[in-house]
Design a protein. Structure first.
Length: 182
């Protein structure tokens, strides 16, 4: 990130801010989409985060941390969007995927199983998983981005992993109807 550009934007230069937003908006949208699991909700959260970032930019203490600061604002916008639209609205759509080679039915079933399990997580748990596993941030940075203690980030990651594992195991158990048919 160009420090001079951030400084100009902090001083009220809208063009500099527009350039900054263009540099990070795709990445921010991807984060929001992974947390909210819905393109429209992710777009709304991104728009709200951009407006908040513009308003809060004069208060940014470290221009070199602009992207991390923006991610934190985005995650909080995702939380707000999830609360505003309700939990069920945040779990409506599947992520579309177009593999370059034909996919086997097992791989499709695995992705569907993981998607169903991921949708059972709260936005707090999704955020930790996305920041840690998708962005590759160490837990200390995840905690700083979310504004929570490192122990809380560790706990959320552990609990999210446990819920995912339990959901996948539960989905793989035969239903009573399947047992009757066997």
């Amino acid at each position: 990130m160009d420090r001079e550009l951030v400084e100009r934007a902090r001083g009220g230069d809208r063009d500099a801010f527009t350039v900054l937003v263009h540099q990070i908006s795709d990445r921010l949208y991807a984060i929001a989409h992974r947390i909210l699991r819905d393109g429209d909700l992710a777009q709304d959260a991104l728009q709200n985060a951009i407006v908040t970032a513009w308003r809060q930019l004069p208060h940014l203490r470290d221009a070199d941390r602009f992207e991390a600061w923006s991610q934190r604002i985005l995650v909080h916008a995702c939380y707000a969007e999830s609360r505003r639209r309700g939990r069920s609205a945040a779990t409506v759509r599947l992520i579309s995927f177009s593999p370059s080679t034909p996919d086997t039915s097992d791989a499709l079933a695995d992705r569907d199983e993981i998607e169903r399990a991921f949708r059972r997580l709260s936005p707090d748990h999704r955020a930790v998983l996305v920041l840690h596993h998708y962005l590759g941030l160490p837990l200390v940075e995840v905690a700083a981005t979310l504004g929570i203690p490192a122990g809380t980030a560790r706990s959320r990651l552990h609990n999210a992993s446990r819920v995912l594992r339990s959901a996948i195991e539960a989905d793989s158990q035969p239903t009573i109807e399947e047992v009757r048919l066997a």
